[in-house]
Write a protein that binds this ligand. Structure first.
Ligand code: C2E
Ligand code: MG
Ligand code: MG
Length: 699
């Protein structure tokens, strides 16, 4: 047999203490072991006991039995007595190899014998074996400490799945002692949370991959269910046959609990405990999907308390908070299972009513909500009453996403508030669509004004007898970048009766005055008529504005600006309108009633308003040559004007026949395509110069 190699050389090298009182033996053993081990030598027993207690502690002691001062048995006994040295394995080295002495040695704790004369190979093998044994024992010791002390619950079963060991953590978590579970199949821990396929899949994975991990709900001895994170490993022998299963798990109840808490904080209102905006959005998405699936309606009710702020201000926030909690409770009590109540913040709540067949069902719930909320609430011994304004949007009538539905309900709630509170208002999608279109049109006109896309065209009015151009009518045009040149009929209706109509009217006045000023500087004396809507005329700042604009154009001769009043039917307050017209007349402005004959109560205006001119509407002029009725109207208007001392202007003169007929009837002036179309200011002068018949006054 060759030299024995110490395999798996360890680091640090194991330390061996050689105890022998014979120098030859010492030297022999030292030379044998020093290559692979760290070697210490003691020449007698007491010395050996000292060295054994000093670091580096020996991993093995080779102990001579026959020593003069203290024999090996005594040394062994003392080593055993000392806790520090008790576990160090001892191999006796002895010449006296009798059964009796071996028994004594083994009784004293010796692990093995080497007999003298020493055979090097046997000695090395025995040393190596002892050290390997010690190493395994150490490892086992360490493992058992881990097993005993870990917080994770460990369960070991045999190949049949019957428990063969559990650690203290298992008992702590499940409440079962080790003895109670040994030999049992772990299925007694089942909680009922998982179905058969779950376990089947788990075992399938263990059997195919040797490993499974996942969340498992188990039941403790006292019957409580708890979640654990478990891993199960199959242990196999060298043939690959399963010998054991090891389950390691940690109780994750705390983590779950925290998760739930976080979930609550994230999705529920802290004060009332009902869902918050985030959870509401989620529920709305689900409810919309469900309504689509079931072909039912979903009511989204936006509820805002009336008079909550005074409660907060009078009784303090704490009282306010308790009122909110009470309101949340009352609403919850009324709702069906499947309905949702959420708090958006402040005193705003949202109620979702899914599964509706008719709007009436929603309305019935709204009535109950109102009744319940308006029951008295007692705050600091005062009985208070609350009400709520509720706005409702209903899917799929209002076929929109959650955000828009909520916004619509909010808008409807606002209307409920404005119409007197303590009521509900249903959002009307059609009306909303129209008002959105209207809003967009308004916005576009506003932008057009800002970007100077509007322009005044001018249409000459001529004296029918002298054929002189007496004035021009300013007609607004919109140079729309996408839609091209737009006539007033294409955009003015969008801003009727709005603030923007006033702004646009002011722009017209301002532009016309600017133009007059320009002509004045050029020596051209020509009046401009502007069209002003009745509404604008009745605006209280009208006179002020006109005064202000006249002042901004000093040097402009008075009487150059005329105003044609449109939509005369909208003139409501005669006294005020009369006062306005009078005030403007003081500044030199003259007035005409436009489109005369088309509105109601025209004769009343004629009689009472301080105007100068009547404009005969083009609809009568157009057919006057063929239609006797129209002809009679035109004649009648001219006669009426004369009777009231007013001038007449005929619109819509398209032919020479019109022109001559009107002249013959006594109409003073007129305008129309037959004379000239409305045109940009730059074309006006050119037109007048090139025209044979009509000419501009003094240049
Ligand atoms: P209006 O004040 O009665 O103006 C006369 C309208 O008749 C003008 O239409 C003009 O182009 C058209 N017209 C003139 N001669 C003839 C003709 O011989 N035959 C025909 N078929 N039509 C003729 P326009 O420019 O489209 O204006 C329409 C209406 O829009 C105006 O009627 C007026 O009520 C309103 N409007 C025009 N400019 C303004 C403005 O600056 N402000 C306001 N508030 N309304 C305006
Ligand atoms: Mg006009
Ligand atoms: Mg007209």
């Amino acid at each position: 047999m060759g030299k024995i190699e110490v395999s798996d050389r360890e680091y640090p090298r194991p330390t061996i203490l050689i105890v022998d009182d014979t120098r030859d033996n010492q030297e022999l053993l030292v030379s044998l072991l020093k290559q692979d081990y760290r070697v210490k030598v003691a020449g007698n027993g007491p010395r050996a006991l000292d060295i054994a207690q000093c670091s580096p502690y020996p991993d093995l002691i080779l102990l001579d039995v026959n020593m003069s001062e203290m024999d090996g048995y005594e040394v062994c006994r003392r080593l055993q007595e000392n806790p520090l040295t008790r576990d160090i394995p001892v191999i006796f080295v002895t010449a006296a190899s009798s059964q009796e002495s071996e028994t004594l040695g083994l009784q004293l704790g010796a692990m093995d014998y080497i007999t003298k004369p020493i055979s090097p190979n046997i000695a090395l093998l025995r040393v190596r074996n002892q050290l390997l044994l010690r190493k395994s024992l150490n490892k086992l010791h360490l493992t058992s400490i881990v097993f005993e002390n870990t917080l994770e619950c460990i369960m070991i079963t045999d190949a049949q799945g019957d428990i063969i060991d559990v650690n203290p953590a298992f008992s702590r978590i499940t409440g079962y002692t080790r003895e109670e579970v040994l030999g049992k199949n772990p299925r007694f821990l089942k909680s009922g949370h998982h179905d058969q396929p779950f376990y089947a899949e788990m075992w399938h994975e263990i059997n195919t991959t040797g490993y499974w991990s996942g969340e498992l709900w188990n039941r403790t001895k006292t019957g409580e269910c708890y979640p654990e994170l478990r891993s199960i490993s199959a242990v196999t022998d060298t043939q690959g046959i399963v010998t054991h299963y090891i389950g390691i798990s940690s109780d994750i109840s705390q983590i779950k609990h925290h998760e739930e808490q976080l979930e609550r904080i994230a999705h529920y209102d802290a004060l009332t405990g009902i869902p918050n905006r985030l959870l509401l959005a989620d529920r709305m998405r689900q409810a919309i999907a469900q309504a689509k699936r079931d072909r039912k309606m979903l009511g989204v009710c936006y509820l805002d308390l009336d008079g909550f702020k005074p409660i907060n201000d009078t009784f303090g926030h704490q009282a306010g908070d308790s009122v909110l909690v009470e309101v949340a409770r009352r609403i919850s009590n009324i709702l069906r299972e499947g309905d949702t109540i959420a708090r958006l913040g402040g005193d705003e709540f949202v109620v979702l009513l899914p599964d509706l067949n008719h709007v009436e069902e929603c309305i019935a719930t709204l009535k109950r909500l109102h009744e319940s909320i308006s029951l008295p609430v007692s705050i600091q011994d005062h009985s208070n009453s609350l009400t709520a304004s509720i706005g409702v949007s209903i899917f799929p009538g209002d076929d929109n996403d959650p955000d828009v539905l909520l916004r619509h309900a909010d808008q409807a709630m606002y209307i409920a508030k404005q119409s007197g509170k303590n009521r509900y208002h249903l959002f009307d999608p059609t009306h909303d669509r129209q008002s959105r279109i209207y809003q967009e049109a308004m916005l576009r006109i506003q932008q057009g004004l800002d970007k100077q896309e509007f322009e005044l065209y001018y249409q000459p009015k001529v004296d029918l007898s002298t054929r002189e151009v007496v004035s021009v009518e300013a007609l607004i045009r919109w140079n729309h970048p996408e839609r091209g040149l737009l006539l007033p009929g294409e955009f003015l209706t969008d801003i009727r009766n709005s603030e923007l109509e006033i702004r646009l009217g002011e722009w017209v006045i301002d532009t016309a005055l600017g133009q007059l000023m320009q002509w004045c500087k050029e020596g051209l004396i020509l009046d401009i008529s502007v069209n002003i809507d009745a509404c604008h005329l009745q605006y209280e700042g009208f006179v002020e504005y006109l005064k202000h604009r006249f002042n901004a154009h000093p040097g402009l001769p008075s009487g150059r600006l005329h105003i044609e009043i449109l939509e005369t039917a909208a003139l409501e307050d005669f006294t005020t309108v009369t006062a306005t017209i009078e005030a403007c007349r003081v500044m030199g402005t003259r007035f005409a009633l436009d489109d005369f004959g088309t509105g109601y109560s025209s004769l009343t205006y004629l009689h009472r308003l301080p105007i100068d001119t009547l404009k005969i509407d083009q609809s009568f002029v157009r057919d006057m040559l063929v239609d006797k009725g129209d002809n009679a109207i035109v004649q009648g208007v001219i006669a009426l004007a004369k009777a009231f001392g007013l001038k007449t202007v005929a619109e819509g003169i398209e032919t020479m026949e019109h022109f001559e007929a009107l002249l013959a009837m006594g109409c003073e002036s007129g305008q129309g395509y037959g004379i000239a179309r409305p045109m940009p200011v730059s074309d006006l002068i050119r037109w007048a110069r090139n025209s044979d018949v009509y000419f501009l006054p003094v240049l």
